[in-house]
Structure formats: structure tokens, C-alpha cells
Design a protein around this ligand. Structure first.
Ligand code: UDP
Length: 324
């Protein structure tokens, strides 16, 4: 297997996956409508500008490039926005995915890697979340991800499309080269916002909620480097092809950090300073989300190369060199 369609490959996680695929000898073909992605993130890659819902165009691309597997990253990802605008989320994250799946099935593609999310679990019932944890998403974003996971099971039963759903915890960090990194039109994620505050691009960083039932009252998350996620995609795809079996994996580090701990770590590691304010809780945020990554470690042989310090260092490097 060589030719892989990377849908949403000009976005944050997709662009890192495309690069890692290329480094490992695959031929990634990037398909992106550039509504959120960046052309500069895929310089030197085979690139097609197109929409996720454009089945006709997708079928042409599958044929032209003899695509053998799809990695699907093109989704809206803001929890708060999904609460305010569910229609937008169900349309893009679910309805349009049917077009992509049908195009893949009708073109004879047999393997599909899906960017799922820890948000499929909702409020955790135990400290570390493994794959068997109940799935009760508490916001529309999480519900869109769970719906697609279920659709994928039905596509396996009916059409034999094998898939792997990878549930990311908090994707962060940047490529160590500093050539690509996280860049959203309107930023909502914690680590990039801290850097915006530290580099004078915003006045302060607001902590959303300090009355959660956690050690310091702020939300706990599991931060995992984007290149480690990219590695897991390739390992999962290779195993799926070898065993011809659909699976799902939780991808996180297994360690949880509070918002306050992240702020302190950025200060300590970079020497940068910034103003902190306290704000009310953000809609749709669970108190804590930490992965139990044992299944991915055991079955995929997945190891992580980046801890929190290295994550912050790669972001600092990207912020210094940022081109988009
Ligand atoms: N957060 C915050 N201030 C911000 C952005 C995020 O306090 O300006 C918190 C947010 O409430 C959550 C954690 O940081 O508890 C991580 O949020 P992010 O949006 O990065 O990822 P999510 O967990 O929503 O996927």
C-alpha cells in the first residue's frame, strides 16, 4: 500500500500526518477545501483543492491517484462552537463524511482511518479512559464523532470497508522542523492561546473555570504531540491492512495536566510571561479527560517521543518561525 488520500491534509493534524507518511515512504495525496487549512502547510505535496462533500470529485481523485487508503482529518473541531451551531457540525462532520465514504466504497478503497476524539466519552467514569468506557458525549462535536464511528461499523458490515477510529485526547505541539504547526483563523485551543498572550497578540489568557472538582479547580486534559498521533495513524493503518480488521484506539499520553499546570509549564520552559484572568466555565467542557493508551501501546507498538516539555519546546520553535 502506498498511495494514501489525506482528506483535510492542509489542516493542523492532517499536515503533520502527510509529512510523516512521506517520511515513511508513502505517497500522500492531500485533499482539502482550504476553508481552515493552509496551502503553505503542504508545499511540495500532491494537492487537490476540493470539498469533503464532493463525491464526484473525490471519485476522480481516487481513480487518478490509485488511492488505496483514506485518512480523514477534515472536521470542525471547536466544542463551544458546536454547542452554538450544531447544524454546521452535523452537516460537515457527519453528512459530508457519507459522501467521502461512498466515494471510497464505490472506488474500491478498502481502508479508512478516522480522526475521532476523546469527546465521544463525555464525563469520565474513571480516572483513565480506555476503549471500553461508556460513550455518552456531552456536546454536539463529540456526538458527530461517535456517529461517524457507528456509521463506519455499518460500512464494514455492509460493504467490507475496514476502518480504524483514533480517539485523540488533546493534540498539540508542532513539527520539530518548525515548518508546520497549529494555526487556526480564530484560535480557541489552550497552548496556542497561551503563546498568543505571551507574544503580545492578545492581552491575556483566560482560565475557563476554576471550580471544577480537580486538584486545583481547573480542567485536566491529556496532551499528546501531533507527530506522535501521526505515527499512530500509520501503525494503525498498517495493522488494519495486515489483519483486515476494524478497530478503535484511544490516543493520549496517560498523564493529565490541569490548565494551571500548563500555564506554569509554559512560563518555566520558555521564560515567557503573560497575564492570566479567571473566567466562567466554557460550555461543553468535562472536568477531566485522560487516556489509558495501553491498547494502542500493546497492539500497535505505539510509543510517544514527546513529553510535555518537548511539546512546549516544539510550539515555541514553531511560533518563532511561523509562516502562516
Ligand atoms: N482553556 C482555557 N482557556 C482558553 C482555552 C482553553 O482555560 O483560552 C481550557 C479549556 O476549558 C479546556 C482546556 O483548556 O479545559 C483545553 O482546551 P482546548 O480548547 O485546548 O482543547 P479541548 O479540551 O476543548 O479539546
Amino acid at each position: 500500500m502506498k498511495n494514501i488520500l489525506v482528506v483535510g491534509g492542509a489542516g493542523y493534524i492532517g499536515s503533520h500526518a502527510a509529512r510523516v507518511l512521506k517520511d515513511k515512504g508513502y505517497f500522500p495525496v492531500v485533499y482539502d477545501n482550504l476553508s481552515k487549512g493552509h496551502k503553505k502547510a503542504v508545499r511540495g505535496f500532491a494537492f487537490i483543492k476540493g470539498d469533503l462533500g464532493n463525491k464526484k470529485k473525490l471519485k476522480t481523485v481516487f481513480k487518478k491517484y490509485n488511492i488505496e487508503a483514506v485518512m480523514h482529518f477534515a472536521a470542525f473541531t471547536e466544542v463551544g462552537e458546536s454547542v452554538a451551531e450544531p447544524s454546521k457540525y452535523y452537516e460537515n462532520n457527519v453528512c459530508k463524511v457519507i459522501s467521502l465514504l461512498d466515494a471510497a466504497v464505490e472506488s474500491g478503497v478498502k481502508y479508512f482511518v478516522f480522526s475521532s476524539s476523546a469527546s465521544v466519552f463525555g464525563e469520565p467514569e474513571k480516572e483513565r479512559i480506555d476503549e471500553t468506557h461508556p460513550k455518552n458525549p456531552i456536546n454536539p462535536y463529540g456526538r458527530t464523532k461517535l456517529m461517524v464511528e457507528r456509521i463506519l461499523k455499518d460500512y464494514d458490515t455492509a460493504y467490507g470497508l475496514k476502518s480504524v477510529s483514533l480517539r485523540y485526547f488533546n493534540a498539540c505541539g508542532a513539527h520539530p522542523s518548525g515548518k508546520i504547526g497549529e494555526s487556526h483563523g480564530v484560535e480557541s485551543h489552550l497552548i496556542p492561546i497561551i503563546f498568543q498572550a505571551a507574544l503580545g497578540k492578545r492581552e491575556s489568557i483566560k482560565i475557563f473555570g476554576s471550580d471544577y472538582p480537580t486538584k486545583d479547580g481547573t480542567c485536566i486534559r491529556d496532551y499528546v504531540h501531533v507527530n506522535d498521533l501521526a505515527d499512530a495513524h500509520i501503525l494503525a493503518m498498517e495493522k488494519m491492512e495486515k489483519e483486515n480488521k476494524s478497530e478503535c484506539y484511544n490516543l493520549g499520553s496517560g498523564s493529565g495536566y490541569s490548565v494551571k499546570e500548563i500555564l506554569d509549564s509554559v512560563k518555566k520552559i520558555t521564560g515567557l510571561d503573560f497575564k492570566i484572568e479567571y473566567a466562567p466555565r466554557r460550555a461543553g467542557d468535562p472536568a477531566a479527560l485522560v487516556a489509558d493508551p495501553a491498547k494502542a501501546e500493546k497492539e500497535l507498538n505505539w510509543t510517544r517521543k514527546y513529553d510535555l516539555e518537548q511539546i512546549i519546546k516544539t510550539v515555541a520553535n514553531w511560533e518563532k518561525k511561523r509562516r502562516y
